[in-house]
Ligand binder design. Structure first.
Ligand code: G3H
Ligand code: ZN
Length: 287
């Protein structure tokens, strides 16, 4: 079923595993993620950045596509459609269009403005039973034009954000969107532990899931991370298979120009990539 995300994340926090947020870009991507999660019976959060939402036609298209796929493919696992790094206006639009979960990312505002805007989104979302993620301390790197400075979060500010009534918390702990540089020092697990101690039983979100060693992700899960966001890694896998198809000259043979043929292996790469992550996160058979 299509659900809000706080229930599945509370279960994850209790069960000491994490639910993957996999970002979607098009029909094939979405279908692959849903098929992979159904196969291993994992709950899932479909992440939609504002840029990807626009690319797919708009938020209504996204909601219609996901609902249609779930019905036609007989998807039975819990699925949330979640706005990723939403702006204040974007979050309101996603709620109106039928998203079941939204992230309001006010991490680039000063803390007071972040808190005030988060409170407002929580009020609108909760009236409709929609879950809310908010962020403090920014995630480094760039995602779809959203640029973060990569500041480690202050536990007291995390607590203030939680007190706004949010359902899950994204806190910068040295994580970065996209590839990690050679000299990356790893996640700041000490700060993560301190944040958890300060905020209590609130599911926490690890952004920038691409390229973090599996063991480090699992250590973070032990410290209260209940949702891990993955985007770039699946884009790499998809692009590598498209490149492989074109460069091997298959697009020139017979019906090789058929988009269904061009995208067959890339779509399979998404299925494989999602299943690999679920294995690390421990969310299989938790649907
Ligand atoms: O919000 C989305 C994620 O934080 C994705 O990060 O592209 O590094 O996997 P990533
Ligand atoms: Zn992110």
């Amino acid at each position: 079923p299509l659900v809000e995300a706080s229930g599945m994340l509370k279960n994850a926090l209790e069960g000491k595993y994490a639910v993957g947020q996999f970002n979607i870009n098009n029909l094939e991507w979405t279908k692959s993620i849903l098929l992979a999660c159904e196969e291993v019976q994992s709950p899932v959060i479909l992440g939609v950045s504002e840029g990807a939402g626009k690319y797919m036609g708009g938020y209504n298209t996204v909601v219609g596509m996901v609902k249609g796929l779930m019905e036609d493919l007989n998807i039975t696992v819990p699925v949330a459609i979640h706005l990723d790094h939403g702006s204040f206006e974007g979050a309101k639009k996603a709620i109106a269009a039928g998203f079941t979960s939204v992230m309001f990312d006010g991490s680039h505002y000063d803390i007071e403005e972040n808190l005030q805007k988060t409170r407002e989104i929580v009020k609108i979302a909760h009236e409709k039973g929609i879950s809310v993620e908010a962020e403090v301390g920014s995630i480094g790197g760039e995602e779809d034009g959203v640029i973060g400075k990569g500041e480690v979060a202050d536990p007291q500010e995390c607590l203030k954000l939680v007190e706004c009534g949010i359902d899950f918390l994204a806190a910068g702990i040295g994580n970065i969107h996209g590839a990690y540089p050679e000299n990356w020092e790893g996640l700041d697990l000490e700060v993560l532990a301190e944040i958890q101690k300060t905020v209590g039983e609130v599911p926490m979100v690890l952004h920038g899931g691409t390229g973090i060693p599996a063991e480090m992700v699992q250590d973070a899960i032990k410290l209260g991370i209940s949702k891990v966001n993955v985007n770039t890694e699946l884009q790499w896998a998809f692009a590598a298979e498209v490149r492989n198809y074109i460069e091997s000259g298959k697009d020139k043979e017979g019906k090789g120009f058929d988009p269904r043929k061009i995208l067959a292996k890339p779509a399979q790469a998404i299925i494989d990539g999602v299943k690999e992550k679920i294995e690390i996160f421990g969310s299989a058979h938790k649907a």
